[in-house]
Design a protein around this ligand. Structure first.
Ligand code: PAF
Length: 292
């Protein structure tokens, strides 16, 4: 695996592969890689001849009071994991390489609508930072395909919108959320959980499952959301939201809407903010039981 820090070197490697007719898959990350990231590398590798991963803790997607400074940085482990998963190139730029005129003077990308609510409301400017860095990374790597985990569901929809809106020539490959044995979604921030918070953390996934059950049983969305918030508080969380939305545009669903919905939760415990979601797959046809 080659490791490069400059765009120039990245481009040279990619150009060489392109000359040989090889396709390029891309896995953008902020490092502290876990099995979820490795699954993205594996998935990209199944589809493309070469895989580039980037590790860059992007300052523009963190708010002033967020955890940019303490975000876990584990370069040696990241490198070893990427090697073990046959990644071809690790792009590890510094802030000056990514933002040549500095972060205050950088060109920012704003995706309207989708970014107004949920994490967009809880973390103002966060998705502008994500869209800004992802567009830069796509320009730098110029991949055929880029893999993203579905745990960051709103981020995934923002990136899909960006790609479609700007006609970017890259296919977005979403991968299901990877979970621990007790349902907790894998996340770099899980390492901040102390024993008590870690023991409580699976309540997020359990609450999402109960939201889906209640929705299938015909309960009204506002009541389901209110119960979910109460359940999270009961488990020691301070929830930012527990919401049922249309997966495509994250708007609140109509009362009669039965397809394409997703439940999303963001909640803090012991100073750590966790997010997760659960898509409501289409219900089985009404006669499915009789036919089985
Ligand atoms: O999901 C992440 O790790 C980051 O938001 C991303 C997409 C790498 C952009 O910094």
């Amino acid at each position: 695996m080659r490791i490069v820090e400059r765009v120039e070197d990245l481009r040279e490697a990619v150009r060489g592969w392109r000359r040989q007719g090889e396709s390029i898959g891309f896995v953008p990350t902020m490092g502290n890689l876990h099995a979820g990231h490795h699954a993205l590398v594996d998935a990209a590798k199944r589809r493309c001849a070469r895989v580039v991963a980037s590790v860059f803790v992007n300052p523009t997607q963190f708010g002033p009071n967020e955890d940019y400074a303490r975000y876990p940085r584990t370069p040696d482990d990241d490198e070893a994991g990427l090697r073990a998963h046959a990644c071809d190139l690790l792009f590890r730029p510094g802030v000056a390489e990514m933002y040549p005129f500095g972060t205050a003077a950088c060109v920012r990308v704003h995706v309207p609508g989708l970014t107004d609510e949920l994490d967009g409301a809880a973390r103002p400017g966060h998705f502008d930072g994500v869209a800004t860095v992802v567009l830069r990374l796509f320009n730098m790597v110029q991949p055929d395909l880029a893999a993203f985990g579905a745990k960051d569901f709103q981020q995934l929809q923002v990136i899909r919108y960006l790609v479609r809106e700007l006609s970017l020539p890259v296919e977005i490959l979403p991968l299901p959320t990877q979970r621990d044995h007790d349902g907790l979604a894998l996340s770099s921030r899980n390492r901040f959980l102390d024993a008590q918070a870690r023991a409580a953390a699976p309540a997020i996934h359990a609450t999402l499952q109960r939201m889906r059950e209640a929705w299938r049983a015909g309960r009204a969305v506002p009541a389901i959301e209110a119960d979910a918030v109460a359940a999270l508080r009961g488990s020691g969380f301070a929830p930012d939201y527990a919401a049922i939305r249309r997966a495509a545009d994250l708007a609140p669903p109509r009362a009669d809407e039965r397809r394409g919905l997703v439940a999303l939760i963001a909640a803090r415990i012991g100073g750590t903010r966790l997010i997760d979601n659960l898509e409501f797959e289409p219900e089985p046809p009404a006669d499915a039981v009789e036919r089985m």
